[in-house]
Design a protein around this ligand. Structure first.
Ligand code: HEC
Ligand code: HEC
Length: 377
């Protein structure tokens, strides 16, 4: 880490600490006049302070510390007013608890292998709700729509940001089973008509005919699977949490190319090192629930919010340590910065992230144990 990067890292830590103190100390008056929603009237200052602290630990790195969005990749703006006036607490709770598996959005509920219980998720929802400045929107139900007609419009007007099948691209996915199970048709219609002010999502009201918007809602709804989404269960196994950390302990060190920006190692170089039986450590910096979904062979769970306890298990003998996440640099970058701050010499971040790694056909292990190359798909 350069001295400048180190300074920035410290500044971030200090800022987070100050902000937490401000909320605990002087939050009451600041939060009181935002209380337009019944949910917030119910929320105590203590709950909001708890929500603030949890949010900064678990969510800010992608969604921004103030919910402004886009701190990492396509994590949407949770403080966006057009968003807040159109989503229920239940919708927020589901998204946080179940996540959007397969994207950078992990499942945070402890039943899914995440770090949070019901009360903690409730506190985060109360905090997000406290950012809302206006009353909930009146949202009319859409009229009947034609998914086929919708598909033509989608290809022209929407696919460039949301992906050809609504799988997400620069913008959030629209075909995720968890989203479709908890978003109402009225809410989806509202998003298309009103857009999301201050984000790339345009308002299509007036641009597209009312019927066309209804057709788009019908198309998006048609992506809902007939069966309920299969939730990820549990998290990493004991073998992953307490077992050996070094892959190929008797192997030679990997021959990595010069790191891009002094930080990033390409997927291909890591895949080569695995196939050549090189000695290294691979840390999965995502939320633990994502680890069980799939991970790099031999990697160990090292969630970005538990770096300290992982650090105690790592040797200080120069063994290469590679961290990865989905986003593709936010969580892994946080883990690597922490290790560099604590003087681990050979550290790098997997440049393209684990979703790209899998899509390129590099090996992944499914399940809660670290596994080896032989177990990989
Ligand atoms: C590693 C980055 C990352 C972290 C950390 C993260 N999110 Fe997300 N979140 C995302 C991304 C990316 C999406 C969009 C996923 C998609 O395309 O389906 C998302 C989606 C969401 C949604 C659904 C929004 C919608 O309109 O459908 C909510 C709500 C949410 N996140 C809240 C949270 C909360 C609260 C936390 C902390 C407990 C959190 N997220 C942590 C990246 C992240
Ligand atoms: C220029 C890029 C762009 C285009 C074009 C675009 N969107 Fe979006 N859309 C976004 C972004 C970015 C968001 C999330 C904004 C936020 O809340 O942070 C979004 C959000 C949404 C949401 C809300 C999803 C959720 O999880 O809350 C829906 C529904 C949606 N878009 C549908 C559409 C449809 C249908 C079209 C085409 C008619 C379209 N979008 C065109 C960028 C785009």
């Amino acid at each position: 880490m350069t001295s400048q990067e180190r300074k920035r890292f410290r500044v971030r830590v200090v800022m987070a600490t100050v902000a937490t103190v401000v909320v605990v100390g002087g939050g009451a008056s600041m939060l009181a006049h935002c209380a337009r929603n019944p949910r917030v009237d119910d929320a105590s200052d203590a709950e909001l302070a708890q929500g603030q602290q949890l949010y900064r630990t678990y969510c800010g790195l992608c969604h921004g510390d103030e919910g402004e969005g886009y701190a990492a990749d396509d994590a949407n703006a949770l403080a966006n007013q057009d968003f807040l006036v159109s989503v229920s607490d239940e919708f927020l709770t589901q998204a946080i608890a179940e996540g959007h598996p397969g994207t950078a959005m992990a499942a945070y509920h402890e039943d899914r292998g995440g770090p949070l219980d019901d009360g903690e998720i409730g506190a985060i929802v109360a905090l997000i709700r406290s950012w809302q400045e206006e009353d909930m929107a009146a949202m009319p139900d859409p009229g009947a729509g034609d998914a086929q007609r919708g598909a033509q419009v989608f290809a022209q007007e929407c696919a460039s940001c949301h992906g050809a099948r609504g799988q997400g691209d620069t913008a959030i996915s629209l075909n995720h089973p968890v989203f479709l199970a908890s978003a109402s048709d009225a809410q989806i219609r509202y998003a298309i008509a009103k857009g999301r002010g201050g984000t790339p999502m345009p308002a299509f009201e007036g641009e597209l005919a009312e019927q066309t918007i209804d057709d788009l809602v019908a198309l998006i709804r048609s992506w809902e699977p007939s069966e309920a989404p299969r939730p990820t269960t549990g998290g990493p196994s004991a073998a992953a949490v307490d077992g050996p950390v070094i892959i190929n302990p008797d192997g030679e060190a990997p021959d990595f190319p010069e790191l891009r920006e002094g930080r990033y190692v390409p997927s291909e170089a890591v895949a080569d090192a695995l196939h050549q039986g090189r000695r290294m450590i691979i840390l999965d910096a995502r939320t633990a629930s994502d680890y069980a979904h799939f991970h790099l062979p031999g990697s160990i769970p090292s969630p970005y919010y538990e770096v300290e306890s992982i650090m105690e298990r790592l040797p200080r003998d120069g063994t290469w340590i590679i961290a990865y996440c989905a986003c593709p640099h936010a969580a892994s970058g946080r883990v690597m910065d922490f290790l560099r701050e604590h003087d681990f010499p050979n550290t790098a971040v997997l440049d393209e992230g684990v979703l790209h790694w899998r899509d390129e056909g590099f090996p992944v292990v499914v399940g809660d144990a670290p596994g080896t190359l032989e177990d990989a798909e």
